[in-house]
Design a protein around this ligand. Structure first.
Ligand code: IMP
Ligand code: MG
Length: 180
């Protein structure tokens, strides 16, 4: 099987440095117990590094997971669905949503509403990547790792048709972005 060329956009070293800085910013704002809500699947690698960075800076964090998927029908946009829900009670908790990438904003807007409806005391969000040019819904993240262009990226948890999640860096698949 031939592997397409993947050009490095953000190196593993640059990601590691940025994750430590994000953890410091988060703990400064959230000194109490944090409930980290990881949006699967794309965020599991980022979340694994972020919760260890939070521990190093003295934060107290618990972790829960939710699986969301979006269905896109032509140009009519995408409805977000819960395919696997949280296992913890979020009522009264200070929640930090951890997500891989903010594109249209539909996933983050849905997750924020979902947690607010469940009675979270506060909801913040930490996104590894932000593609502001692709936004369709008015939503912004509280903490952003890197702002990037509209190109499709893979690695560090992000996939293209379920591949490349294990790459240690963020990369662009050569030839994949002609129609983006
Ligand atoms: P949004 O709901 O449009 O903001 O989309 C966010 C979701 O789309 C993310 O959780 C990713 O799963 C997926 N996604 C958006 N852009 C990319 C990309 O460049 N690479 C891989 N997945 C992406
Ligand atoms: Mg995702």
């Amino acid at each position: 099987m031939t592997r397409p060329r993947i050009d490095v956009l953000i190196s593993a070293d640059d990601i590691a440095v940025r994750v430590e800085a994000l953890a410091r910013d988060i703990v400064a704002d959230m000194p109490g117990e944090i409930l980290v809500v990881v949006i699967l699947k794309g965020s599991f690698v980022f979340a694994a590094d972020l919760i260890r960075a939070l521990e190093r800076v003295g934060a107290s964090a618990q972790v829960d997971f939710i699986t969301l998927s979006s269905y896109r029908h032509g140009t009519s946009g995408g409805a977000v669905q819960v395919t696997h829900d949280l296992s913890e009670d979020v009522a009264g908790r200070d929640v930090l949503i951890v997500e891989d990438i903010l594109e249209s904003g539909r996933t983050l807007a849905f997750a924020g509403d979902h947690l607010t409806r469940r009675g979270a005391a506060s909801v913040r969000s930490c996104l590894l990547l932000d593609k502001p040019e692709k936004r369709r819904v008015a939503v912004e993240a509280d903490y952003v790792g890197f702002t990037i262009g509209p190109e499709f990226v893979v690695g560090y948890g992000l996939d293209l048709a379920h591949r490349y999640r294990g790459l240690p860096y963020i990369g662009v698949v050569a030839g994949e972005n002609d129609d983006v």
